[in-house]
Design a protein around this ligand. Structure first.
Ligand SMILES: Nc1ncnc2c1ncn2[C@@H]1O[C@H](COP(=O)(O)OP(=O)(O)OP(=O)(O)O)[C@@H](O)[C@H]1O
Ligand SMILES: CC(C)(CO)[C@@H](O)C(=O)NCCC(=O)O
Length: 809
């Protein structure tokens, strides 16, 4: 019980009503104490100008766009890094406000006879940072992309209210050599000027930002083992930043904006891709990299053993298998290029370049006595062999004294730095500890033709999950969200003929692991993503307010993710469950949207997209950072939202709500007829019993099919063997009754954590809240996820509870 009800001594920013709903709830991993720095304290934050705001929509529009003609702060939310090989884009999109026009939301309140007079519905503050890349040689695709999303005009905000609003003066921050080289092209094609930011400044700003703001951004990679490293932001400097792009820059970083480019090498990513292309005829970088995974470098490289007749040269510590000379074997053989396997060439080349970079990096670390070396740039490509080779070189030459670390947003350092250089973003201050790495759903766009339904149909929907942040956000800023249009993940998967393939069949087929249809990765130890084009860009969610729940005993030790999927067996188990459950979930999701053809199409696309994520996790469990079960379930939710399924369990919950509401009066009568002590215990047990519907477990669904909800409720309350128990009941009872040996005063205020099913709320929380209110205790409802009564907005719950307490139900 301890975490169910807590007496709360502090005032949590609440108004004078007796019942409140608070967002948050302490369930997020990212709630570090530093997150308490709420957004509104930053004076450099973009200001909202709502003057002359208007809603532009047809009456039937579900998600009307709010136009802010005088709002200028949002416009600069795209930044570019135009390198020798790749163009990197970072852009920001706001979360859309939650729609309040849904008819079904009225039903429960109507049924409960509550007035709808002061319906509160707020937009959601927050947004996403999207990361997208294009090949520089295909710059036109990048320009098309920017244009189609109107990113150069603030994501379409301006374009909607006036086509004549001048783009002419629009400025986009850009870094990399291409900011100079392609400035005219951008002016010509998009009418924008590129505001050039220094490449090294940007790399350092981006790296510092990521290392300070994103949990588990850095990781080590040794002998195939990836380990995330949590960097202490107060103990970050100095370090060596090695950016492996086309060429390689090595920068000694001493602080924010304090750095020196101490070295570089022209043997870099461009060398690997360029030489590799000439030598193997590969058509793409990924193809070349993939090829290396099947290679054997001993056919190309001259090994110590080749020189020493199979022996080690142990006196100087060289084993027979050590490469003495990269590509050296080819000089002594009478073979032509075509007699060598492209796989072997690719591997030799990759090893040669990676090792060389690792070695030069080490020498520079030694030169400046730096212990930590971070490697970024797109050459790394999250590729296991590349990282292992670099790590080996660093470790070998430093005798273990220095450590190579890699960055998850490896190639986006410069673009992020450019993005941060917009002064008004004040990101350095604002975003630190307020970004949450989620799953790369939003903009998996990496080049290729832009296909898809008209952009207007693809308004990004607000994630209801964000509701947990809603209330604070509104209180703090009252910022009105706007609808941004995205060519998104959804579009990719909805389109026939796009390049993305769904690697996972829905049912197990011969030749698979039997893991619910996961294919065995082709190459062992592979970390190159077969579905790379779809999944290698990411989204960072800007979460407006993350507060550590004030009553947590030890916030640092609190780990809400109780199931850690680092254990391969655990991961396999849960991936199998999710995979097997997928067809059923799709059916439900489609039904929840009325079973229309459009819903079916989206359902199918969702299944393919989600399967792709599962397959990737199977292949590379750490692909999305540290993973717990809650993250996995959240990923599924996010993916559903991405395909515009508001709530796959809507119809089930509706039935559950109706069933629960129908029996609620009986339950009240039953409770009221009990003696006080029995009632209190029953109420607590009822909360737990009602919770059984959580996550829709199969056993609960079976139960549900077998009896009425009150029967299930009673049964689970009385008979089910449960792994929980009611602890501290005596304390609870004494506090409720205000009696007992300890003569504790009654609760002044209670926090009730509202979970996510109808029975949970109606049969569990409502009766308890009613009892508390009747006893004069204030009730604060804390929503730790969407209270999915689903025909009631979260904001209406307090009214409903208050009415229940008055006995009006
Ligand atoms: N899809 C891809 N196409 C081309 N190169 C890729 C791709 N993915 C990874 N790479 C590798 O990444 C390198 C480019 O990395 P990055 O984008 O960090 O540098 P850049 O900014 O283009 O180069 P520079 O900073 O030297 O101008 C390429 O040379 C290649 O080795
Ligand atoms: C020229 C840059 C900085 C362009 O990004 C990069 O490609 C690089 O660092 N090349 C290596 C140049 C050298 O120091 O030898």
């Amino acid at each position: 019980m301890a975490d169910l009800i807590q007496e709360e001594q502090q005032v949590l920013g609440i108004d004078d009503k007796r019942v409140h709903l608070e967002g948050g709830g302490g369930g997020e991993k990212d709630m570090s104490p530093a997150t308490g720095s709420s957004i509104h304290r930053s004076s450099s934050r973009p200001q909202l100008d709502v003057s002359k705001a208007e809603i532009q929509s047809n009456v039937e529009d579900k998600y009307p766009t709010i136009l802010l003609p005088n709002q200028s702060d949002d416009l600069s939310h795209l930044a570019l890094d135009i390198g020798g090989s790749l163009i990197k884009l970072v852009y920001f999109s706001r979360h859309e406000g939650q729609s309040d026009d849904d008819k079904r939301k009225k039903t429960l309140k109507e049924r409960l006879g509550l007035s709808n007079g002061n319906r509160r519905s707020f937009p959601i503050l927050g947004g996403r940072l999207h990361f997208v890349k294009f090949e520089t040689r295909k710059i036109n695709e990048c320009l098309d992309f920017i244009h189609s999303k109107q990113l150069h005009r603030g994501g379409g905000l301006e374009s909607r209210y006036s086509d004549s609003v001048a783009d002419q003066n629009a400025i986009i921050k850009a870094t990399g050599g291409g900011a100079y080289k392609y400035a005219d092209l951008f002016k010509e094609r998009l009418g924008v000027s590129l505001d050039k930011e220094d490449e090294m400044d940007c790399l350092v700003a981006g790296a510092n930002f990521l290392l300070k703001a994103i949990r588990h951004e850095a990781f080590t990679h040794m002998e195939g083992q990836k380990e995330f490293v949590q960097i202490d932001p107060n103990d970050l400097f100095p370090y060596l930043l090695v950016n492996v792009g086309s060429g390689v820059s090595m920068i000694k970083v001493d602080g924010d904006g304090k750095f020196e480019r101490v070295s570089g090498t022209n043997v870099g990513g461009g060398t690997y891709w360029g030489l590799g292309r000439l030598l193997t005829k590969c058509k793409s970088f990924d193809e070349l990299l993939e090829l290396s995974q099947k290679g054997d470098n001993s056919t190309i490289d001259m090994l110590v053993g080749d020189i020493y007749g199979g022996l080690d040269y142990s006196k100087i510590g060289l084993s027979a298998s050590t490469i003495a000379s990269s590509f050296g074997k080819t000089i002594s053989e009478k073979k032509e290029l075509e007699n060598y396997r492209p796989e072997d060439i690719s591997l030799s080349l990759l090893r040669m370049i990676s090792y060389n970079i690792g070695q030069i990096a080490y020498l520079n670390a030694l030169r400046f006595k730096l212990k930590r070396i971070f490697f970024g740039g797109f050459f790394i490509r999250g590729h296991a062999y590349t990282m292992d080779t670099i790590s080996f070189a660093v470790q070998y030459w430093s005798n273990g004294g220095a450590q190579a670390m890699f960055l998850r947003h490896e190639g986006f350092l410069g673009a992020l730095g450019a993005f941060m250089s917009y002064e008004k973003h004040g990101l350095d201050d604002l975003m630190v500890h307020q970004l949450v790495e989620r799953f790369p759903m939003g903009a998996p766009y990496t080049g290729g033709k832009i296909h898809g339904p008209p952009l207007g149909d693809l308004n990004e929907k607000a994630s209801h999950r964000n509701l947990k942040y809603l209330i604070y956000a509104v209180k703090l800023l009252k910022i009105i969200g706007c609808v941004l249009e995205l060519i998104s993940w959804m579009e990719k998967f909805l389109q026939k003929g796009t390049e993305i393939t769904a690697p996972v069949p829905m049912t197990p087929v011969a030749g698979t692991t039997g893991l619910g249809g996961f294919e065995v990765p082709l190459s062992k130890g592979s970390a190159l993503r077969s579905d790379a084009s779809a999944l290698n860009v990411g989204v960072l969610h800007l979460v407006p307010t993350l507060e550590v729940f004030p009553l947590l005993a030890d916030p640092k030790l609190y780990e809400p993710n109780t199931i850690d999927l680092a254990d391969p067996k655990e991961l396999e188990y849960w991936l199998t469950i999710l995979s097997e459950h997928l067809p059923d979930l799709v059916d439900k999701a489609v039904a929840s949207e009325g079973g229309t053809d459009d819903a079916k199409r989206r359902g199918d696309a969702f299944a393919r997209a989600f399967s792709a994520h599962l397959a990737r996790l199977m292949e590379e469990p750490s692909a999305y950072g540290k993973l717990g079960l809650a993250n996995l379930l959240e990923m599924r939710e996010e993916c559903l939202r991405e395909f515009q399924f508001v709530d796959a369990y809507r119809s089930i919950k509706q039935r559950e709500n109706e069933a629960s509401l129908a029996v609620l009066p009986d339950l009240f009568v039953e409770l009221d007829s009990m003696d006080e002590e029995t009632r209190l215990l029953t109420l607590i047990e009822g909360v737990l019993a009602a919770n059984i519907f959580d996550w829709g477990s199969r056993a609960c669904v079976d139960l549900y099919h077998k009896g009425t909800i009150i029967e299930i409720y009673r049964m689970s309350r009385n008979k089910m063997r449960r792994p929980w128990r009611v602890d501290d009941f005596d304390v609870f009872k004494e506090r409720m009754l205000g009696t007992g040996d300890k003569k504790l005063p009654p609760h002044r205020r209670a926090l009730l954590f509202v979970d996510n099913s109808g029975a949970d709320i109606v049969l569990g929380m409502l009766p308890l809240a009613r009892e508390l209110l009747r006893r004069g205790t204030e009730v604060v409802l804390v929503a730790n996820s969407l209270p999915a009564l689903n025909d009631v907005t979260a904001m209406e719950l307090p009214d409903i509870v208050a009415e229940a307490a008055k006995g009006d139900l």
